[in-house]
Every structure is written in C-alpha cells, then in structure tokens.
Design a protein around this ligand. Structure first.
Ligand SMILES: *Cc1c(COP(=O)(O)O)cnc(C)c1O
Length: 385
C-alpha cells in the first residue's frame, strides 16, 4: 500500500477558473490598457449598471474592496462615534473593523448554531437607544432571514447594512440578498464567488440619496472636483478589475449552481458519519438559495481531524478559528470566554472543505474518501455527476 500522497486538493483553485476564460480576460485587460482610461471610466460605469441589474437594485457603486464597501455604507448612513451597530461575532474581521473605523461600537448577538448566522430571535434584546443599524452577515453564502431582520429594524427605526461578501447571488424568498436592507456590501476578492484579479468591491442600494453619498465618499468626499464637503476615502474599483468582472459576471449563476451541486454531493455522502455535522439549508430551497462560498462541517476534535486530512493531501480550513468577541482588537468591548457560547463552539468545530465551480467529480470523490477514511469508514467511491 502506498503511504505517500502525491495529489493535493486545494480549498479553492483560482487558476482553474482563469484557464477557462483566459482569452476573453486577456482581451478585456488589453483593451483597458490600450484605452488610456484607468480610473472611473467606461468599464466601471458599465459594470455598475450590469451589477445593479444582476442584483435587481436601483444603484450599484464600485469601490476598492469589501471592507471599504462596509466602511462607506456606514459613513453614508452617518453612523459614527457614540452609535452602536448590532452584528455577529462569527464572521471575518472586516465586518467589525468597518464599524470600529467609523468610530461606532459593534454590539454582538450570538449565532444560530444550525446555520452559523446571527440569531435573529436575539437581535431585539440587544437594541438600545444608541443602536443605529443592524449588520447581518450571510456567512458561507447562506442567506439570513431578512424579512424578520427588516421587521425588527422597522419597529425600532434603525438601518440595515447587509454584509454580502460571501453570498453574491444568494436569494432569500426569491429576492437577491443585498436588496433587502438599506444598503448591501460586496467583495470581489479573488476567492469570493465573483472574484477579480486584486481587490474590488461594490455597494448596492435602492436609495438614490445613499447612492450619491457613497459615490461622493469613495472619491474624497466631493461632488464637484476639488470641492470637498466631507472627509472621504480614495476607494474606487479600477477599470481593469471592472473589465475582468464584466467577463465573469455572466458566468456567476452557473458557478453558483455548480457550488450547490457540490454541496449536495458532500451532504449525500458525509451525512451520518460519526461526529460530523453537515451544513443544512434552513429555508425552502426553491425560493431561498445558499451559494456555498464555503462548505463547512462541524467536527468534534476538529484540529486532529484536519491534520489527518492534510496528511491525505486534502486542504481544509477552519473559517473562523477565533470569534470576534475574543479577538485582541476588540478586548476593550469587555466580552469574554462564554459571552457567546454558540459562536465559540462553532469556532472550535467548524471546518471548510474544498469547493469551487471547477472542482471535478473525481477530486470530490477523493475528498469524500479521505474524510470517510479518517472516520474509519470504507471509501464510498461514488462519483457525483
Ligand atoms: C471577504 C469579506 C469581507 C471583506 O472583503 P475584502 O474585499 O477582502 O475587503 C467582509 N466581510 C466578509 C464576511 C468577508 O468574507
């Protein structure tokens, strides 16, 4: 029996996607290079319009990255020092970084252990007279129950900013995420469901005043060139990235369908294994669609399990190993071990497996066999179509 593993299966293979679209992408980049127009030109304008159409939003504004999208959304809503923003402790740090950077205070609410997203039932108890916004994150591509979030926001007259960085294309009750709240924030970081060749992001909104504020703030806070009303940022999507995104956007739905097929295949062959919990979709699958930015298991003795997978040539990663309320950067908020037990156990048990649109059935079979063998099960050797 062979003891060495020659193959290595990555969590995400960005080169595989590039190979498929290589010619079109090279052409698009070359055309921008030759145009002499590199910042806030026709490509960004066209992408903003196509992206708004895709999301069924009134306005889309291209910005420098997803973190800035959140930052600019908060600034556009005039949220700042003394204000509180309710969010989840189980997300990427960018979510609370943006809140902190505008001088506001993140207020955490524990997650729902069944879907890793903010527990909507616990939001209302966290609202105070300083609360200005609720910032749900559609983690791993799984939509939050936005109708219920919006009902709470309306009752208390607070705004809703959706962090859609991991969930572009996901729907909740037949409506794209990002269009439920007052403002939706996206990232085009290369490994996101729609990724460019560097940093990129966008904000969407139905509100033309908010759109105008984001547009002004992304370019130094002035409506008229060299006249500055507010402190802004330099945070623009650039022409090359916009051109790349315009090539890729028409493929996004097919890629997301493929991600769902991969998740279904994993679920079919990993459910019922000892001490493994596969992800579940909470809502009706025809009207609410998870887009599986990550396929994330819960596993007891996660780190030991992960080491065994690594030794079998399979990459995996615990997104995220430390919840935000236990991060040094947020020590001043005064939370501690035990503040949010569901987020803490998710951080201890979560493990994301390889998933990307170009993942082959054969690669997936190897991952499934490796997981089963770590659990002392016979290989299943069943290829999903
Ligand atoms: C990626 C990500 C961001 C930040 O996006 P960048 O483009 O990397 O700045 C924000 N929130 C979540 C949940 C993310 O996954």
């Amino acid at each position: 029996m062979s003891t060495t593993t020659l193959t290595s299966i990555p969590l995400c293979d960005l080169k595989a996607q590039h190979e498929v679209l290589q010619e079109e992408l090279a052409h698009a980049m070359q055309a921008v290079a030759a145009s002499g127009h590199y910042i806030l030109g026709p490509q960004v304008k066209a992408f903003e319009s196509e992206f708004a159409d895709y999301c069924a939003a009134e306005h889309a504004i291209g910005v420098g990255n997803g973190t800035d999208a959140l930052h600019l959304a908060l600034r556009a809503l005039k949220i700042g020092p003394g204000d509180e923003v309710i969010t989840t402790p189980f997300t990427f740090v960018a979510t609370t970084e943006a809140i902190g950077l505008v001088g506001a205070t993140p207020v955490f609410v524990d997650i729902d252990p069944s879907n890793f997203n903010i527990d909507v039932d616990k939001i209302e108890a966290a609202i105070t007279d300083r609360t200005k916004a609720i910032l749900p994150v559609h983690l791993y591509g799984q939509p939050c129950a936005m109708d219920r979030v919006m009902a709470i926001a309306e009752r208390h007259d607070v705004k809703v900013i959706e962090d859609c960085a991991q969930a572009l294309g996901a729907t909740y009750e037949n409506r794209k995420i990002g269009t439920w709240g007052h403002i939706g924030c996206f990232s085009f970081f290369p490994s996101k469901n729609l990724g460019c060749f560097g940093d990129g992001g966008a904000v969407i909104t139905h509100d033309s005043e908010l759109a105008g504020r984001v547009e002004m703030l992304r370019r130094h806070g002035g409506k008229v060139k060299y006249h500055h009303a507010e402190l802004g940022l330099n945070s623009r999507l650039d022409e090359i990235q916009a051109a790349i995104l315009r090539v890729k956007l028409p493929h996004l739905d097919a890629w997301n369908v493929r991600r769902r097929e991969i998740a279904d295949c994993y679920n079919g062959q990993l459910a019922n294994l000892e001490a493994i919990v596969v992800p579940t979709e909470e809502f009706d699958r025809t009207s609410s669609r998870c887009v599986y930015h990550q396929y994330t298991l819960r596993i007891a003795q996660r780190d030991e399990f992960r080491e065994k997978l690594t030794s079998r040539g399979i990459q995996s990663f615990p997104y995220y190993p430390v919840p935000l309320h236990l991060q040094e950067v947020h020590a001043s908020l005064g939370y501690g071990q035990g503040s949010f037990p569901h987020a803490e156990s998710a951080a201890n048990e979560c493990l994301s497996l390889p998933i990307f649109p170009e993942f082959t059935a054969e690669q997936q079979r190897m991952v499934i066999d490796a997981v089963r063998s770590v659990r002392s099960q016979t290989p299943q050797s069943r290829l999903c179509a």
